[in-house]
Design a protein around this ligand. Structure first.
Ligand code: MG
Ligand code: ZN
Length: 222
């Protein structure tokens, strides 16, 4: 057991070192970067699709779409107008790590890029331990899940800066308690910025786009 812990520690510290190099590289070129994490089916790909459609004419966006076995999400995102979408099939791994990102990153021309989106593998556990060199993590939760998820997976909510609550159009058909999920999340991390939206109907998306545009601008000037 002690040996297993030691190996994990070594893997994570190597990951952190590589993530720091990625972060420095992105900073040098003033590229903002966001790491999207959630359970499978919360709507990461849908949110990224809508975001690419809305902002592709004003921001130069690149995206690395992680998937366990297929390139389906990357294909969807390419259709949404992301010209710089790279699929990253993990071949079974349940999270992205910095080494995977470092391998794909040279395919992008970082100069002139405004923002890099990383779509992590659908999993609320280990992606929280792997720094990818991003500015922040965006955690998604949808109204078809349990409103106690922040309490069950505190690590992910603690390490995220933004929480997006998706599928608010389905709220009336579920027992999901909007006030409870926010209370639970803020109890774990009082600084979480929260958005409530529906990728399907478009409700609430504008506030997300506005915030994102401002965030990218702030990163550029910092
Ligand atoms: Mg996806
Ligand atoms: Zn994993």
């Amino acid at each position: 057991m002690a040996e297993k812990v030691a190996v994990e520690k070594k893997v994570l510290s190597e990951n952190d070192k590589l993530a720091a190099e990625i972060r420095a590289q992105l900073k040098k070129h003033a590229v903002a970067s966001l790491n999207f994490v959630s359970s499978p089916g919360s709507g990461k790909t849908s949110l990224l699709e809508k975001t690419l459609e809305a902002l592709r004419n004003e921001l130069k966006i690149a995206l690395i779409a992680g998937d366990v076995q297929t390139e389906n999400d990357a294909n969807r995102l390419t259709r949404a107008g992301g010209t710089l979408v790279r699929p990253l099939v993990t071949g079974g791994a349940c999270h992205l790590d910095a080494r995977m990102i470092a391998r794909v990153l040279p395919e992008f021309e970082l100069a002139g890029l405004d923002v890099l989106f990383l779509e992590n593998v659908g999993n609320l556990v280990c992606p929280s331990s792997y720094d990818l060199g991003e500015d922040m993590k965006v955690v998604l939760i949808s109204t078809t899940e349990g409103d106690d998820k922040p309490l069950k997976y505190p690590g992910m909510f603690r390490r995220s800066s933004v929480m997006v609550i998706n599928k608010i159009d389905l709220l009336e058909f579920t027992d999901f308690d909007m006030e409870a999920v926010k209370r639970n999340a803020l109890q774990i991390n009082g600084r979480l910025k929260i958005f409530e939206l529906s990728c399907r109907t478009g409700e609430g998306l504008q506030a997300w786009f506005d915030w994102l545009r401002d965030f990218v601008k702030t990163q550029k000037n910092s």
